[in-house]
Design a protein around this ligand. Structure first.
Ligand SMILES: NC(=O)c1ccc[n+]([C@@H]2O[C@H](COP(=O)([O-])OP(=O)(O)OC[C@H]3O[C@@H](n4cnc5c(N)ncnc54)[C@H](O)[C@@H]3O)[C@@H](O)[C@H]2O)c1
Length: 343
């Protein structure tokens, strides 16, 4: 049995990654290490009843906790843990610098001390800043780092220290940079779950600026499959862009949601733009496609439909987050969880 260490595994993408690995890699067991911040949710792991999955509550900035949880002979660390919401980083950057930079450094140190074979840093296209509205321009792996939000700056810094750990200490590492994910269990503060919830309740759908900011969308499982391939097939020290070639203006996303729910477009209202709002992201995934043989499997139409269906069927999950009940669930469930799955 091969063992991997996944940080942030109670979050949106981390929990999807854990489900995917348990489903597709029968010889892999996972230590899932997550601080359960406001964005972490043990309900994201509900239904996973597999002795190959062990959840440990812990903070990646706590060196002792990381050391204790990191299993002997661990093959890889997948670092999904992060403060991830741009709007929150505008209000206060400190937690972003703490988790996204210091936490990454601690994981790298412990990976080196424990002889972990490979470190996978899950990064974002946002480190490369913003592109103009010119469809010939795309993000490539060698595009310059030009972060515009505190969130993006902290992720760019994390990339730099991952690189430094490799150059200085020989830590085998691969960086993946993905575009905007969507899918089940995305925290209901991000664009798509927010808009689904508002549309379902016939509330106004508020769109920043002129709504023409462009994002490159990918279904979460497709991202996770590419991250796994980066571990198995990636070349050490390389960066891999991950994207599904699905550029959409925010306004188009919101209209697609309204159409799928059979709601009128006049629910859309515009609010002043947010500071430093990147205009356009567009990822060239050619390197990932060529080296890994990876292709996205879920197109926008199908993926958005599946996402909306999930949110309709799991209203209790949303309600628990809105009411804060999921935090109480943590208090009750984490003890049971650890007992059921001793590390
Ligand atoms: N969401 C996207 O569209 C997107 C796109 C590209 C890259 N990414 C990257 O993917 C990763 C996961 O994103 P997400 O959308 O699932 O985020 P998320 O906010 O849903 O989940 C983050 C998880 O990290 C945990 N966490 C936060 N601070 C921690 C700490 N100090 N120690 C341990 N755990 C901690 C949280 O409890 C939560 O479970 C992030 O690194 C993010 O930068 C996200």
């Amino acid at each position: 049995m091969r063992t991997i260490f996944v940080t942030g595994g109670a979050g949106f993408i981390g929990s999807a990654f854990i489900r995917l690995v348990l489903r597709e890699q029968p010889d892999v067991s996972i230590v899932d290490f997550d601080a359960l911040t406001y964005a972490g949710n043990l309900e994201n792991l509900e239904g996973i009843d597999d002795p190959r999955h062990v959840f440990v509550k812990g903070d990646i900035c706590n060196r002792e906790a990381v050391r204790e949880a990191l299993p002997k002979g661990c093959e890889a660390i997948f670092n999904f843990a992060a403060e991830s919401h741009v709007d929150r980083s505008i209000n206060s950057a400190y937690e972003f610098l703490r988790t996204n930079i210091i936490g990454t450094q601690i994981l790298l140190d412990e990976a080196r001390a424990e002889g972990v074979r490979r470190f996978i840093q899950v990064s974002t296209d946002e480190v490369m800043g913003s592109l103009p509205d010119d469809e010939n321009e795309m993000f490539h792996e060698d595009s310059p780092l030009r972060p515009n939000s505190p969130y993006a700056a902290s992720k760019a810094a994390a990339e730099c220290i991952v690189r430094a750990a490799r150059e200085t200490h020989g830590v085998d590492s691969v960086i993946t940079r993905c575009g905007n994910n969507y899918g089940p269990r995305q925290f209901p503060e991000k664009l798509i779950p927010v808009m689904i919830a508002k549309a379902m309740n016939d509330e106004p759908l508020t769109v920043y600026g002129d709504g023409k900011n462009v994002r490159d969308w990918i279904f979460v499982d497709d991202h996770c499959r590419a991250v796994w391939m980066a571990f198995e097939k990636g070349r050490s020290g390389e960066i891999y862009n991950i994207g599904a070639r699905k550029e959409l203006q925010n306004l188009e996303v919101v209209k697609d949601i309204l159409d799928k729910l059979g709601k009128p477009h006049d629910l859309i209202t515009f609010v002043p733009d947010r500071p430093g709002h990147d205009r356009r992201y567009a990822i060239d995934p050619t390197k990932t496609e060529t080296e890994f043989g990876w292709r996205p499997e879920t197109d926008w139409n199908k993926g958005l439909g599946m996402t909306i269906d999930w949110f309709i069927a799991n209203q209790a999950w949303v309600d628990h987050i809105r009411s804060g009940e999921y935090r109480e669930y943590h208090e009750q469930a984490s003890g049971q969880y650890l007992k059921a799955n001793p590390c």
